[in-house]
Design a protein around this ligand. Structure first.
Ligand code: BTN
Length: 260
């Protein structure tokens, strides 16, 4: 059943210093990412989060749409404006985000999660959450980063054709999930994990790889135009995929991966 997000219940569980301390909650918006990318409408406070019950044009990776039924799931974005995060390991924020989502789910539901390169969260091989990070820059310098997260929480049926079959936490854990508790746990984990991007990025790589079921497998990766096959050998220090095919070693920066 559709519910209204209770900010008080969320706030009681939130244990962060910065992330989620400034919170905007709205009924409908085209996309929470677009909202936070615009300083004129969302301000510049580092760590601001925006939760929307419904996105009219929710975006996924590779120009896909992100569909989510109103009031059942979590569709939200986090704004980063503190330049300390915009280091050469910037791409690892993607991995830190997916990893935090997985850890929060594990902590609350004792479920096994799997991470699919680059940043999908799966349970029982089905997708429960996705991450879309966008940024604005002035010249070479990144100005603001918006981390968009969509989690299928209490929606039980999904229409359409999908690259990876979607599921929800309710479907996989068998009960209605309290969204406020999940979001607070996720942000609590995320604030700590984000610091590791700066101070201990190897920890993120290690934890991410432990949950990635495809490393070592023969895969195909498609960027929409070209498909490449090979062994998913590893990820490098920035999270890019190392694909091996006979004697050739290639780096893959983006794409959709499937086991062949
Ligand atoms: C993907 O798996 O393709 C990424 C999905 C990201 C969806 C979230 S929902 C909140 C935020 N706002 C958007 O428009 N997209 C992200």
């Amino acid at each position: 059943m559709e519910s209204v997000f209770n900010l008080e219940n969320f706030d009681i569980k939130l244990d962060t210093e910065i992330i989620g301390r400034n919170i905007i909650y709205i009924d409908e918006t085209p996309s929470t990412n677009s909202f936070l990318l615009d300083p004129a409408i969302s301000g510049n406070t580092n760590g601001t989060i925006l939760i929307a019950e419904k996105q009219i044009k929710g975006r996924g990776r590779k120009d896909r749409q992100w569909y989510s039924t109103k009031g059942l799931n979590l569709t939200f974005s986090i704004l980063l404006t503190n330049k300390k995060y915009f280091t050469k390991r910037f791409n690892l924020i993607n991995f830190a985000t997916a990893l935090s989502t997985a850890i929060a789910i594990e902590n609350l539901f004792q479920s096994r999660t799997e991470l699919k390169w680059p940043n999908d969260v799966l349970i029982n091989k089905k997708k429960v959450a996705g991450v879309l990070i966008e940024s604005t820059s002035k010249g070479e310098k990144i100005e603001r980063v918006v981390i968009g997260i969509g989690i299928n929480v209490n929606q039980t049926s999904f229409q359409g054709s999908f690259n990876v079959q979607p599921t929800s936490l309710k479907n996989e854990t068998g009960g209605t999930v309290i969204r406020e508790t999940l979001l607070a746990e996720l942000l609590n984990v995320f604030e700590e994990t984000l610091e590791q991007v700066i101070s201990n990025y190897k920890w993120i790589l290690k934890e991410w790889k432990q949950r990635c079921g495809m490393i070592g497998e023969r895969i195909s990766v498609s960027d929409g135009e070209k498909t490449k096959n090979g062994i998913f050998d590893d990820i490098d220090e920035n999270g890019f995929m190392i694909l091996k095919n006979k004697d050739k070693v290639e780096k893959i920066y983006f794409g959709d991966v499937s086991i062949v």
